[in-house]
Each structure stands twice: as C-alpha cells, then as structure tokens.
Design a protein around this ligand. Structure first.
Ligand code: L0Z
Length: 650
C-alpha cells in the first residue's frame, strides 16, 4: 500500500490498459485499484471486494509531462485518459491509459492529477490524442517515435488556481476552448484529414519541414496503379513516411506514388549499399553459396563482419590451387582500411579498386561481383494499404500440395510467382483471420514467407503468399540427405536463417505456434523461410487445436504448452530446438515412433532428444539450451542468433 507518510488523495477502481503489449494482440484492459498521493499514482491488483492488494506499479508524478483525455476512436472506449511520463519527453516516454468508470471520475481524476503535476518543468506542448495501435498512432498515423501531433489542452498552473479545471470537459480529445494557457495553434490538416506527424529529432511542435532524399538500392516494378517504379541508384524525395513499409515518393520527373521502403536507403546513410559487390549482413555460408555457383576466378563480395559491428569481410572465389572461397577480414588502422600492409586506403571502394589491379597478398586479384548476387527482398504486401487481391488478377497454375486448410496452388500475380491457399470451407475462422491478415502483410523479413494478401470477397477465400521454388524444408532435408549430412556448416546456416526470421517475429511480438521443419520452405540461393506463422490460431479442427488432439504438434511443444497451452516466443524457441534436431538428422521424426503420451512423459521427466550422429557437440549444446524447462531461463531467439554466429565463426 502507499507508505504511511503518503496522504491518500483519491482512490478508485478503474481499468488500465496493459503496457508493452504486442502491437499485434488486441488491447488488454485490467481492473486495478488506483491510489493517488501527493507524489505518486499507484495501482494495485485485487478484486473489488477483497481487502488484500498487491502493488502492480506506480507513476512518479514529478516525471509526468502530460495528462490528457484520449479520443473515443482510439480504443472504441469512452472515459479514457492518459498520463504520459518518462525522463525525456520525446524518446523515453511511456503512456498509461486509464478508463474511468464514470464521467465524474474521469474529470475528477484528470483535474486532481493535473493539480499535482502543474509545476513540473517538463510539461509537454503536444501529445497524441489517439493511441499506439499496431506500431502506429491512431491519431496522426505516425510511427511509434513520431513527435506528438496535437497541442495539449492544458499546460501548467501558472497564474491559475491549482486544481481548477476547464468548466467544460471535452472527452473527445479535441483541443479545449478553456485552458489555463493559450494552446499552440493547430497545424493544418492534410488531405486525409489527419494531423501531420513529425519524425523524431525535430523537437519543435510544428517545426520546419525537412527534406528526406533516398536512393533506390533495387529496381521496383509496381503491380498497382498509383505506385511508383524505382530504378536502382536513382534519387527520390520522400513525401510521406507515416507507414513503415510503403512510402510516398517523388522521382526526378515529378511523378509521385508509393514504393516499398525496404527498396530505398536514405542518401545520407547510403554507405556501401550502392555497390553490387556489397552483401550487407549476408553470412559466410551465403557468400560462399553465391560465389561457388558463379565459378568465376576473382569473383568477390564484401559483407559485414558477423563478429565485429562496423567491420567488414571480403570473400573471394579462386580456382587456384583448387576451387575455393577465401575470407579476409578488412583491417583498420586509424582512418585507413587494408587487407595487407602494402595497400592502405581511406575508403572500402578505394581499397577494392586498388586490389582489382594488384592482388597485394590475396589469393587472386579482384575481378567482378557476382551477376546473381543480391536478390531484391519481398515487399510487405503487394502495394500500399492493399491486402485484398482481385482473384481475376491471379493466374492459377499447378497444385503444390495440401495444407491444413486445403489445396495450395502455384500461381502468378501479374508477373510475380505466388502460392495460393484455397481455403476449404469450415477449416478456418475466416472473419478473424481476414482482420489479422492486414497486420500480417506488414511483417517483412528475408527469412519469412511473405503474406501478400487475401481474396476474401468470394468463397472459398484465397490466401496469397510468396512462392518458394524448392518446397518444404523437411522434404528437402530428406531428399538431399546424402549430400547434406556431413556438411554441418550448411546445416547450421539453415538453422541460423530460421533463427533470424524467428528473431524478427519475436521482436514484433508475434508468436508462430507451429514452428517445425515441415512449416519452413526452401527458396533459391539456399534461402530458408519460415512459413504460416500465426495461422495456427485460426485453424478450426478439434484434432489440431487441443494438446490431446491427434494433429497437435506434441513433439515440438514446450512443457508449458503441454501443461497450460501457454504459447510465447519462448515456446517457439523450444520448437526451434526440435527443428535444429530435424535439420541435423536430415529430416528424421523426433522421438521416432513413440506415441504422444510417451513423448509427454519423456519431456516432463526432463529427458531430451539424443545428439544426432553428425551434429557437433557445440550445436547440440544449443539445442539443449532451447529445451530449458524454466521459461525465464530459456534463451530468446536474439540470444540463439548470437550463439549460432559464434559457432559459425569458430
Ligand atoms: C504450403 C503449404 C501447402 O498451406 C510449396 C509451397 C513447392 C512444393 C513442391 C515443389 C516446389 C515448390 C516441387 C520441389 C522439390 C525435389 C521436386 C519438385 C500450408 C499450411 C501449413 C501449415 C499450416 C497451415 C497451412 C498450419 C501451421 C496452420 C498447420 N502449407 C502447400 C504448399 C505450400 C506452405 C507452399 C511453396 N511455396 C509456398 N507455399 C512449394 N512451394 O514440385 N518440387 N523437388
């Protein structure tokens, strides 16, 4: 409870929005007992009747920089107010959303809290009258770190009597007419009737417009009217970057349209992206794969060092004395880069240029970058704000197999290869999925099978995804066993790729729920992608849904899933350990023919899968880390990534 010397000014039950929740899960509200003291707003759990309460959190009122109402549309909920607090207004602020039980309570608490924070020196001039939903502010559509869009309705006590509030309280969040200080003038609305938002770094409420110039790092050929084609190495001005994945841009001829943000890079931080020989974060394995396939003497790439950030590695193919790829760390001395003492340069492109004419200690002189090097990434959906695909635009081709939801066919969308899941009626909660699909199309990563959109206006509905030409990872492992089994670097690289895709999902707070080799796919250039993430939630099938069902993936399930169906990114990590085992056995069935009940007994008693014959001890140690029973001690995907990279480099 509030400590004895803290006078209780107000107490009440109100509901609080849980903080730090996934941008992809529905907003979660919890009943809390709120206590207001002169210096803190403290909240406790415990139901309305019981006297025993446990403190769940508190806000230090001296850190508060705005106390404002929230517009109804943010949560489809009335009587919500917000406390924005933290150390620096723009970067480290946290927002606490509280729904009062009555209009009287709403006004009363707002007034009281304001009277307590009125002398704070950090009070803000602007706030978000909406809420951060799916990584975007509902009010101005700005990204998470956009500077707030709406002038505050109340600033400080100054010459007013502390505790006095505007006589007419406007709960819509619109600027109030009655304020102690004159609010800043409202900025003009844009075409969408939205307040403009600003990128961080610009601290003034509505400061000068800053031009953002980007350079295309890939060609982009739009599929939709209204989208802007991009030509590699050309410059574009960004007109709107409110959304993460699709930006409105203008080319040199003044033509405007949307284009994918992952196809451009800001001119000021372009770095090596403009060079064909630069592979960015590609691993040693990927570099070798690309260079070996070209079979060209002196073919080379430069990539970021996997061990030291800011450092680079040069990978070169040579046939002398035998076909091989050599990797050289580009060393640094002061502001000079070098590979051998004899040639030192100020920049990496200069260094590359010099070594084109002089091997200078390398196995061969550098000749040309690979012709099939950097592949353009997928785009988040097929166009800006579009997830509904017209089935007439689809050209359906051969059948690829059938999934949980029915037949999947290869197809073409314009000239793009796609896979089309034709949803058998009654196998999926369609309504809920279609809503979620809007969010899922926005997930984009090299190691995730891209969801492009849905055809939901007719039945059966179609789910349109990226097409991968080599099919399921499980079958690939089984078919290529002879070739792969002794090639543990390549097997570990497959695990790393899955881990990278999963680390992205983890960061986006998105849970897969059915990670296994059968749900990963193999693409060209040895790329592995995780597929069908999050779809498990929409399966309508008793045999799949419960842990007792015949189709439930028991052998990939963490103990907390078996016991309480508690899914999390950590339960995905457990499944990832099993997937690593599948990879290093080239596609064997975990626990062999053991029946489900026996598998559960084994897992509960702490027994783990045995080390696959060709699996290095270090890799097996990583699998076992994934099978840590204590969820809190189990590593995250980010942790796993570091560990795998460490083994690769050893
Ligand atoms: C997916 C599912 C089902 O929908 C399949 C692709 C592909 C297959 C075969 C070949 C080529 C490409 C081929 C290659 C090998 C030796 C011979 C020639 C699902 C699904 C899965 C799980 C779920 C839900 C749905 C839950 C998690 C909810 C349980 N699976 C059929 C096809 C595909 C993902 C699929 C593909 N690209 C995308 N999707 C191939 N490519 O003939 N080869 N070679």
């Amino acid at each position: 409870m509030a400590s004895r010397n803290e006078e209780v000014l107000r107490e009440a039950f109100m509901t609080k929005r849980s903080q730090n929740k996934s941008p992809f899960t529905p907003t979660n509200w919890k009943d809390r007992w709120f206590v207001l003291t002169p210096h803190n707003l403290i909240y406790y759990d415990g139901d309305r009747n019981s006297g025993r309460k446990r403190e769940k959190g508190r806000v230090d009122l001296s850190k508060v920089w705005a106390v404002e109402s929230v517009e109804y549309s943010a949560f489809q909920k009335d009587l919500v107010f917000q406390l924005v607090y933290g150390s620096t207004a723009d970067t480290e602020s946290v927002t606490l959303y509280i729904a009062a039980s009555s209009a009287h309570d709403h006004d009363d608490w707002l007034e009281h809290i304001r009277s307590l924070v009125g002398n704070n020196t950090n009070l803000a001039e602007v706030f978000h009258k909406g809420a951060l939903l799916r990584n975007q502010w509902s009010c101005c559509r700005g990204p998470k770190d956009a500077v707030a869009c709406t002038p505050v309705t109340w600033t400080r006590n100054n010459n007013a009597t502390p505790g006095m509030l505007c006589p007419e309280v406007d709960r819509s969040g619109r600027p109030r007419r009655y304020c102690y200080d004159q609010p800043s003038p409202s900025p003009p609305l844009n075409q969408d009737n939205m307040l403009p938002y600003q990128v961080p770094g610009v601290r003034t409420a509505f400061g000068p417009y800053r031009k953002k110039i980007v350079v295309a790092i890939y060609d982009y050929n739009p599929t939709e009217i209204g989208d802007l084609p991009l030509r590699k190495n050309e410059e574009y001005e960004v007109l709107q970057d409110a959304e993460e994945n699709w930006w409105r841009m203008r080319n040199r001829n003044g033509e405007e349209g949307y284009a994918p943000s992952n196809y451009v890079k800001e001119k000021a931080s372009l770095g090596l992206q403009q060079y064909d020989w630069y592979l960015g974060d590609a691993t040693r394995q990927r570099a070798e794969f690309i260079l070996k396939r070209e079979e060209k003497e002196g073919c080379f790439v430069v990539r970021n060092s996997t061990t030291t950030t800011g450092m680079y590695t040069l990978s070169v193919y040579s046939k002398q004395p035998t076909p091989q790829v050599k990797h050289y760390h580009i060393k640094r001395e002061g502001d000079l880069y070098y590979l051998s003492q004899s040639i030192k340069c100020r920049t990496i492109p200069d260094l590359i240029f010099k070594h084109k004419y002089n091997p200078g200690g390398l196995c061969t002189r550098l000749r040309s970058p690979p012709t099939h090097g950097r592949q353009p990434p997928t785009t988040a959906g097929i166009s800006h704000d579009k997830w509904e695909i017209d089935p007439n635009e689809l050209n359906l081709l051969e059948e690829l197999g059938s999934g949980q939801f029915g037949v999947v066919r290869h197809g073409k969308l314009k000239c793009m290869d796609v896979a089309v899941k034709m949803m058998k009626e009654g196998t999926m909660s369609e309504e809920a999925f279609i809503e979620e699909a809007k969010v899922m199309t926005q997930l984009q990563h090299t190691n995730l099978v891209q969801l492009y959109g849905v055809c939901s206006r007719h039945r059966p509905i179609y789910i349109v995804t990226e097409y991968l030409r080599y099919g399921s990872l499980l079958l690939y492992l089984r078919q290529k066993e002879k070739h792969l089994i002794t090639c543990s670097e390549q097997l570990l690289d497959m695990c790393l790729q899955v881990c990278e895709g999963m680390a992205y999902l983890e960061k986006q707070r998105f849970i897969h729920r059915d990670l296994a080799a059968r749900n990963c796919l193999v693409g060209s250039q040895g790329v592995i992608k995780v597929g069908d993430f999050g779809l498990a939630r929409y399966v309508v099938d008793d045999e799949y849904a419960g842990s007792g069902g015949a189709k439930f993936p028991i052998k990939w399930a963490a103990p907390e899933v078996l016991n309480y169906m508690r899914f999390s990114s950590k339960s995905d990590v457990w499944a990832f350990g099993v997937l690593m085992w599948e990879v290093f056995t080239c596609g064997r069935m975990p626990y062999g023919k053991l029946r489900n009940a026996e598998v559960v007994d084994r897992v509960q008693s702490g027994q783990v899968l045995e080390r696959p014959t060709y699996c290095p001890e270090t890799v097996y140690e990583l699998m076992k880390l994934c099978w840590t029973h204590d969820v809190d001690r189990r590593p995250s995907f980010a942790d796993m990534r570091c560990q795998i990279v460490e083994i690769q480099e050893a």
